[in-house]
Design a binder for this molecule. Structure first.
Ligand code: SF4
Length: 452
C-alpha cells in the first residue's frame, strides 16, 4: 500500500508558525497546553528551579521539555491551571518579559558564560544589554535570536545574528546568510549594544521572520544602520588583552555530559535530558544535588541539558543522576534528536521518543564517528530543522527515511520502525546510504503499520 494514499492535512502546524508560547499565551498540543519558561540568560536560581518543578507537577502533567534555545516547556497545562501556573512563575521572577508578541528571550549564550576563562568580553553584561535593546523594538519577530559568544573561534548554533569575539579581542557582529554568515562590522565591547539595537530595528522594519531571508539590498541596509549607529558614538578603545585569549581548537558551545575542571577554583557538571525531556521529580533531584554540592544556580544548555558550576573540591558523581539524565559523553542518545511526537503532539503519528531510544542504540556505531540522527514526528522538524546523517520523518505511522537531508526533504522510502532498526543493523557493514537506498524499499513498504 502506498503511503501517498494516506496523505492528510496536519491539524495544527499552520497555526503554530512563528508562535512563541510564553506563560500568557500557552500553545495547544496533543497533551494539553504547553507553557514555555524563558529564564534570563538561561539561568535558574535553585528556588526558581524548584518553582518550575512545582509548576510542572501541580499545574501540568509533570513533564518538562528542554529546548535548543535553553528554555523550558511545561506540558499538559489546562485552561484551568494556566493562570495559577503563570502566577507561580511570575512570583519566582520567571514571568513573560513582553506582551507584544516579540521574543520573550532574545539572546543565547554558552552555559559557561561569565565563567569561562577563554572569554574575551563580559558575555552576560552584553547579553543583558541586547535583551534591553530588543525589548524597546516593536515588531521584532517572536523567534528572533542573537547568539553572544565570548570565546574566539568557538562553535556557534544557528541564529539570526551573532555577537562574537574576534581574534583581535574586539567584538564582531554578523547576521545569518543563506549559507553561513554575513559579516557586518567589528567594534568594541562598549559599542556593541548600540550597534545591535540599530540592527534589530532595521530587521523589524524589514517585515521578515528570519535574517537569513534578507535580500542583498536589505543586508546592505542593515550594514548601513549598524555603521551609522557606530558613527554616532564616541569611539571607545578596544580592551584587547584584558581577558581570555584565542583558543586553538573549536570550542563547543555547550559542555559535553560529565564532570570537568573549568578553572582553578571551579568544575562543571553537565547532564543532558534524553531527547530533551525530563520530569519535575528529576529536576527536583537535580536541585537537591546542586544544593548539596554547593552550586548556587542551574544553567540550561542548548544541548538540552543542565549545567552546574561547582567548587573544584565538590565530590560530584554524575552516576547519581544516571536514572534521570545522560551523564556520559559517549551515550548514543546524545547523537539522536527527537521531538515529542505522538500522542503528545497532535501533528505526530509515531511515538518518536520511544522509537528514538531504539534508534539511538542501533545508531551507536555511527554516533561514535560523530554522526547524528533525527527522529521527527512530522516534516516540521521541531527538534532539528537542519540536516542529519539520518533523518526519520513520521507520517501515518511510518517513517520516511532521508540520508544526509532535512525533515522537509523528500524521503527515499517509508518504513515501519522495525524495518528502520533492521536496516540500521545492516548499515554497520554497508553504510547508511546503501542500507537506506530506495531500491531496497519495496520489500519494506506495506509492512506492519503500527498505531501511534
Ligand atoms: S516535529 Fe514533532 S513536535 Fe514538531 S509539530 Fe511535528 S510531531 Fe509535533
Amino acid at each position: 500500500m502506498s503511503v501517498a494514499t494516506h496523505r492528510r492535512v496536519l491539524p495544527e502546524a499552520p497555526a503554530r508558525r512563528g508562535w512563541c508560547p510564553g506563560l500568557s499565551r500557552p500553545m495547544p498540543t496533543g497533551d494539553g497546553l504547553l507553557a514555555r519558561v524563558h529564564p534570563p540568560l538561561g539561568i535558574l536560581t535553585l528556588p526558581q528551579a524548584r518553582a518550575v518543578a512545582e509548576g510542572a507537577r501541580r499545574f501540568g502533567n509533570g513533564h518538562l521539555d528542554l529546548t535548543a534555545r535553553a528554555n523550558l516547556q511545561i506540558r499538559g497545562v489546562s485552561e484551568a491551571t494556566r493562570a495559577p501556573l503563570a502566577r507561580l512563575l511570575e512570583a519566582a521572577g520567571l514571568g513573560d518579559t513582553r506582551a507584544d508578541g516579540g521574543p520573550q528571550r532574545l539572546t543565547l549564550t554558552s552555559p559557561l558564560a561569565g565563567h569561562d576563562p577563554a572569554e574575551t568580553f563580559d558575555v552576560p553584561a552584553l547579553a543583558c544589554a541586547i535583551e534591553a535593546a530588543g525589548l524597546a523594538v516593536a515588531g521584532l519577530p517572536p523567534k528572533t535570536l542573537v547568539v553572544v559568544e565570548g570565546r574566539a573561534g568557538a562553535e556557534m548554533p544557528d541564529a539570526d545574528a551573532y555577537v562574537f569575539s574576534r581574534a583581535s579581542g574586539e567584538v564582531g557582529i554578523a547576521i545569518a546568510a543563506e549559507r553561513g554568515f554575513h559579516d557586518l562590522t567589528t567594534c568594541t565591547e562598549d559599542e556593541a549594544p548600540a550597534a545591535i539595537a540599530a540592527l534589530l530595528k532595521a530587521f523589524a522594519r524589514s517585515g521578515l521572520r528570519r535574517m537569513r531571508d534578507l535580500s542583498p539590498d536589505a543586508c546592505d541596509a542593515m550594514e548601513d544602520a549598524v555603521r551609522l549607529a557606530l558613527q554616532a558614538q564616541v569611539p571607545s578603545p578596544a580592551r584587547e588583552g584584558e581577558r581570555g585569549g584565542v583558543t586553538s581548537d573549536v570550542a563547543p558551545f555547550s559542555p559535553p555530559a560529565g564532570i570537568a575542571p573549568l578553572a582553578a577554583s571551579k568544575s562543571v557538571l553537565t547532564v543532558d535530558a534524553p531527547f530533551g525531556r525530563c520530569t519535575a521529580d528529576a529536576l527536583d533531584r537535580l536541585v537537591d544535588l546542586a544544593a548539596r554540592l554547593g552550586a548556587r544556580e542551574i544553567r540550561l544548555s542548548p544541548a538540552r541539558g543542565f549545567v552546574l558550576l561547582l567548587p573544584a573540591a565538590a565530590q560530584a558523581d554524575p552516576a547519581a543522576l544516571a536514572r534521570d539524565f545522560i551523564v556520559a559523553p559517549d551515550d548514543p542518545r546524545r547523537s539522536v534528536a527527537a521531538c515529542t511526537g505522538a500522542p503528545a503532539c497532535a501533528s505526530g503519528s509515531t511515538p518518536t521518543l520511544a522509537d528514538a531510544a531504539s534508534v539511538a542504540e542501533a545508531f551507536r556505531p555511527f554516533a561514535v564517528d560523530g554522526r547524528a540522527a533525527h527522529v521527527s514526528g512530522c516534516a516540521k522538524g521541531c527538534a532539528r530543522p537542519g540536516p542529519a546523517d539520518l533523518t526519520l520523518v513520521g507520517r501515518d505511522g511510518l517513517y520516511g527515511a532521508i540520508v544526509g537531508g532535512a525533515p522537509g526533504d523528500e524521503p527515499a522510502m517509508h518504513l515501519p520502525i522495525e524495518a528502520v532498526l533492521e536496516r540500521l543493523g545492516r548499515a554497520k557493514t554497508m553504510g547508511l546510504a546503501a542500507a537506506f537506498a530506495a531500491d531496497r524499499a519495496r520489500t519494506d513498504i506495506g509492512g506492519t503499520r503500527r498505531p501511534a
